[in-house]
Design a protein around this ligand. Sequence first.
Ligand code: HEM
Length: 445
Amino acid sequence: MSKNILELPAPKADLQLGHLVELGRDPIGFWMSCAKEYGDIVPLRLGKIPACLIRDPKLIEQVLCDRTSFVKGEDYQILEDMFGKGLVTSDGDLWKRQRKLIQPLFLQERIANYAEIMVDYTEKMLNTWSDGETIDISAEMMHITLNIAMKTIFNQDLTNDEAKIVAEALNLGMNWYESKRKQGFIFDRNNPTEEDLRYQQAFAQVDRAIYETLEHKRKNPESSGDLLSLLMEVRDENGSKMSDRQLRDEAVTMILAGHETTCNTLSWTWMLLSKNPQVRAKLQQELEEVLGNKKPTAADYSRLHYTKMVIKESMRLYPAVVDISRQAIRECHLGDYKIPAGCIVMMSQWVSHRNPDYFPDPETFNPDRWANDLEKHLPKGVYFPFGDGQRICIGKGFALMEAVLLLARISQKFQLDLLPNHPIIPQPSITLRPEKGMQVVLNKR
Ligand code: HEM
């Protein structure tokens, strides 16, 4: 007979808040201690909402693949304030329709068209760098990945006024989310604070900028190959196009979901490379053998095996998305346990990717562990930096190509060394960022 999850041992909870305080203060530390003390399935509470953290790969696979029992839950509502009903936050028939419409735009052969933009922007950035200079590499990666996102999604440059409005609002949105996270997401929507109002005004400007861009594109219909132009053209089986509101939601979703994640993946990679010179030397050797001095192209992507392994290993230790969740829409079984309707099931990449059962010596940065197609041989639900199941990240191919090409081109030109004694603190907001930036010294090769 199956047991009720609530009978399992659990960390002490506040009567009103449940575990919201611990999750607001230090989610990573809290999840790690839960997994260590209580194992692969741990009952929790978010205020009055029942929840659990799972690490058993079979259970993670079950939750991510069963869309009839597990949906994006109440905890995604805060993201809806920013993303609207784009792919990340929508569910049910709307999500199904949108995913079907958007998926073809992310086929590998289409993404390859963006490789040149990625490398060109890298080149422009490198031209501004000088030998011996100290920079905040996380701010620099933020700027370049946002530039690439604006160009590939809107065909606009960040020097453009509308693009600047979007960029500034996104930053405000991220800070707003972080502030709410620290308060355990408890706030009164009917009594907005000054911070809430500033954020709302910024997003109203984003909406205007995007609607103006749509208007401009309609008046100048020559296709520039950017994602927004392509989204404007796709039609569902009834011949209907997306509404302007839907286009806005998908565009904001892609910029938000697409640039911070890749930016942070690269920042953490620079930190890990600086701390592991033997890995950096091996990476350099591959770049010399495969590329020599020439700029990488989409065609080189499949030949940069070790570079890809470096990115995979970096995303294992510092996943840009540290957790995802689903909510049970009915009472159901999770392995041997019964969970109540409404239960929020949390799965943390940070925790799962450090599971010693699958990754020996889990804290060590060792890209070689990915040799011999390790990823294909791992059970599902063990390594999922891009999520899994039908809702796996639509931008996975785009992000991997961008991360590999940027890592390759920058490493060909500069060696980045962490500034000694500069504290680097992982801050798990919508994405995992270094809280106080990441200072590095640039050494020209
Ligand atoms: C290193 C970079 C990236 C990481 C680590 C990442 C991670 C993720 C994860 C974990 C999910 C699943 C969320 C869930 O199941 O709740 C997701 C979904 C998504 N990502 Fe990414 N992402 C990255 C880059 C991108 C890029 C470049 C784009 C677009 C240009 C993008 C667009 C999306 C969208 C639209 C979804 C929702 C898919 C759906 O539910 O159908 N992501 N991403």
